[in-house]
Each structure stands twice: as structure tokens, then as C-alpha cells.
Write a protein that binds this ligand. Structure first.
Ligand SMILES: Cc1ncc(COP(=O)(O)O)c(C=O)c1O
Length: 392
């Protein structure tokens, strides 16, 4: 916990809840002027023009009626085709549901699979929206630690050690938010053997799967033999195509899981906005150059941030994918939540403390690369003197 009484109550009160802590810091930043925000992971780049055009065309042509709750057939077909070709998953449109962003996909997947009392094995640190979804389903999380020494890869032995009689599922996020590590193909093959042996379901969040830094490559566990029937793969247009606000994502899963999710979606959000589905269709079937162009931009930004971290004396695992760096701030001697608060108040830079992604990560911070290079450089210059002032 944070003991420093100088930290405002609004931050201290939610320090133990990752999601709330992120929102409290963002709220403070909104009330301040001239802040560089390297907190939230939403791409700053524009949605590519051909995708915007497709949405405009759909509106002009009156293609705005509601669709099947699982999404319109041409989009589900296109997603199935894309996942067959790119991810190696053997599936048809009955195995696909279009979701209101990745966030709804993950929530529905957890509700469909987890019953009260079930355990789900979760990597630590983690995107804590899963904590919220799992709690609502009455499930219990069992953590599998990942480490900087291992570039935050997931260890099959550690997964197996976490399995008990109540284990129902394993959650994988690759590339990982917040660590920017990936689970390599070799490890995924070994993990697949473990989950088949113990008859577990896998929920794999691949929302950053197209944002992987060469020579690293994304690999889908659902493509392995014996995995299609037990894997729920989540993805969304938000990150790779800079489409966060369009609220369009997708889930690939066995048809009975899709049906269970659709029953909840029917009585909550209903089908995804039709215009966004047409935009998604253009994203997935149109030219893919934009994905590579954006990746090149992130590669250049990542370099600037890593150089900044070197100057700050922060250690880090190699960021292999995703839109952030996850850095060890222990050299400052300051609890990460307090450090983030000081950097916001005195440096006017918003970053997230590690504890926003798991209670034990008090020596880590997550910094996003979702600002132009010049702004990232300016953020580093703002942070350095604050660190000098408070370093213990
Ligand atoms: C790992 C992960 N999954 C899902 C989401 C939700 O994405 P969306 O904006 O598509 O709802 C995010 C958003 O940051 C994320 O980091």
C-alpha cells in the first residue's frame, strides 16, 4: 500500500484495484493542463483512409440496419477466412462472433466459460479487465508469475504447477499487456500439451498479435492439433488498424461457446454498430500496408523510449510486441503508484504504475508509445528531473 500522505486520497483509496487506479490517474490528468499522456493504450494514429471511406459508403448506401447479433455474415466469413490464412485456425463463420471491441469479447468469453467456483489460470502481471470479468462470473484467479529475466514469456511448467481440481481455463495474452512480452511458439506448443492433458479451455487474447516486433513472430495456440475445440481466440481492430473508437472486435471459438456468448450479447449490447462492421470488413479484406506502416512508426518510437529508460536508469525486458514498455523502476526506491503520481504532478507526464496490472508490481511502470517521437522525447526530458529530485 502507499503510505505517503502527500498522495491524494483519490489515488490511495483505489491503489489495490488495478482498473480503478488507472482510471483515477487518468481523471487527475484530465483536470491538469499540458499533460503528456503515456497511460492508456489507445493508438493515436488515424484510422486508415480506406477504412473510413468504407464506413462512409455504407452510410450513404443506407446499409445501417441492425445485423445478426453475432455480426453480419460477410464480416464473419471474412474474419474466418483471415484467421484461417493468417493465424492457421480451422474455422467457419459459425465459429465467429463480432464483438463491441476486444473488451466485450473478453467479458463475454469469460462469462461463457467460467462458472462460480471455477479457477482460471492467469499470467501475472495482467490486463486487469480480466479480473473484473472473472469476479463477475464468480471465478477465482490463480496467478502464474512471469519474469523480466524470461522476457515475460509464459512457462509451461509454471502453468502446470498452477493447475488444481477446480481449474477450468487458462488465460493467455500475447503479446502481453502490460509487459510487451510474447509467448513464443515453442512455449505455446508445450503449453498446448499441458492444457490438453488437463482438459482445460484456453482464452487467448491476441489483440496485439499484429503489433509484433521483428524478428519475433506472433503464433496462435488455436492452430495446434487438438486445440481448436478448446480455444477461444480474441482479437479486435482497435490496435492494429487504430480503430479503438469504432468498437469492433471479434472472437473465434467452438460454435457452442459462440452461441452462449450471443445469448448474453442479445440482451445487453446487441449487434455491433453496422457502420463499424463495414469498417471492420474493409480493414480485414483491404490492403494491409497500413499495419506495417504503423508498426514501423512504433518501432521508431520504441527506440526513443528505450533510450529514455536507459537514461533514467530503468531496466526492462525486451519489448517484443504491443504498444508499451514495461520497466523496472526499483532504482528510484519509490513505490510505482507514488512515482506515477509524482511524475504526473511535477513532470506533467501520465504513465501507469505496475500495481495497475497486479498488486505485487510496485517496482514497475508501464509507458505507452502512443505519441509522436518529439512528444516522447519531451516526456523523457520532463521525467528526468523529477526522478533526480526524488530518487532515494
Ligand atoms: C489485452 C487487451 N485486451 C483487450 C483490450 C480491449 O480492447 P478494445 O479497445 O478493443 O475494447 C485491451 C485494451 O487496451 C487490451 O490491452
Amino acid at each position: 500500500m502507499i503510505e505517503n500522505p502527500n498522495i491524494p486520497e483519490a489515488v490511495r483509496a483505489v491503489a489495490a484495484d488495478g482498473t480503478q487506479l488507472r482510471y483515477a490517474l487518468m481523471e487527475m490528468a484530465r483536470e491538469m493542463e499540458d499533460i503528456i499522456t503515456l497511460g492508456r493504450g489507445d493508438p493515436d494514429l488515424p484510422t486508415p483512409a480506406h477504412i473510413v471511406e468504407a464506413a462512409k459508403r455504407a452510410m450513404r448506401d443506407g446499409l445501417t440496419g441492425a445485423t445478426d447479433v453475432r455480426g453480419m455474415e460477410p464480416l464473419r466469413e471474412a474474419i474466418a477466412e483471415h484467421m484461417r490464412a493468417v493465424n492457421g485456425l480451422a474455422l467457419g463463420s459459425d465459429n465467429v462472433m463480432v464483438s463491441t471491441g476486444g473488451q466485450e469479447g473478453l467479458f463475454l468469453a469469460v462469462q461463457a466459460v467460467i462458472n462460480p467456483g471455477d479457477e482460471i489460470i492467469v499470467p501475472d502481471p495482467r490486463y486487469t479487465s480480466y479480473d473484473d470479468a472473472i469476479k463477475r462470473a464468480g471465478g477465482r484467479m490463480v496467478m502464474v508469475p512471469t519474469t523480466r529475466e524470461d522476457a515475460f514469456n509464459l512457462r509451461p511448467e509454471a502453468v502446470e504447477a498452477a493447475i488444481g481440481p477446480a481449474s477450468k481455463a487458462l488465460l493467455i495474452v500475447t503479446p502481453s499487456n502490460p509487459t510487451a512480452g510474447i509467448v513464443t511458439e515453442e512455449r505455446l506448443r508445450a503449453i498446448a500439451e499441458v492444457v490438453i492433458r488437463h482438459n482445460l479451455i484456453v482464452i487467448v487474447d491476441e489483440i496485439y498479435g499484429k503489433v509484433v516486433y521483428p524478428p519475433w513472430r506472433h503464433f496462435s495456440i488455436g492452430s495446434l492439433p487438438g486445440m481448436a475445440e478448446r480455444t477461444i481466440t480474441l482479437d479486435a481492430f482497435s490496435k492494429a488498424y487504430a480503430m479503438t473508437g469504432w468498437r469492433c472486435g471479434y472472437v473465434a471459438a467452438p460454435a457452442d461457446v459462440i452461441d452462449a456468448m450471443a445469448r448474453i450479447k442479445q440482451v445487453t449490447t446487441g449487434p455491433v454498430a453496422t457502420v463499424s462492421q463495414w469498417a471492420g470488413l474493409a480493414a480485414i479484406t483491404g490492403p494491409q500496408d497500413c499495419v506495417g506502416e504503423y508498426l514501423d512508426i512504433y518501432i521508431a518510437r520504441r527506440q526513443v523510449l528505450l533510450e529514455g529508460l536507459d537514461r533514467m536508469g530503468f531496466a526492462y525486458g525486451e519489448p517484443r510486441g504491443g504498444l508499451f514498455v514495461w520497466a523496472d523502476s526499483s532504482s528510484t526506491g519509490i513505490h510505482a503508484a507514488e512515482l506515477s503520481y509524482l511524475l504526473l504532478k511535477e513532470g506533467r507526464v501520465l504513465i501507469f504504475p505496475g500495481t495497475a496490472f497486479g498488486e505485487k508490481w510496485r517496482d514497475y511502470v508501464r509507458i505507452t508509445m502512443l505519441e509522436p517521437i518529439e512528444t516522447l522525447r519531451a516526456a523523457v526530458e520532463r521525467m528526468l528531473p523529477v526522478l533526480e529530485r526524488y530518487r532515494m
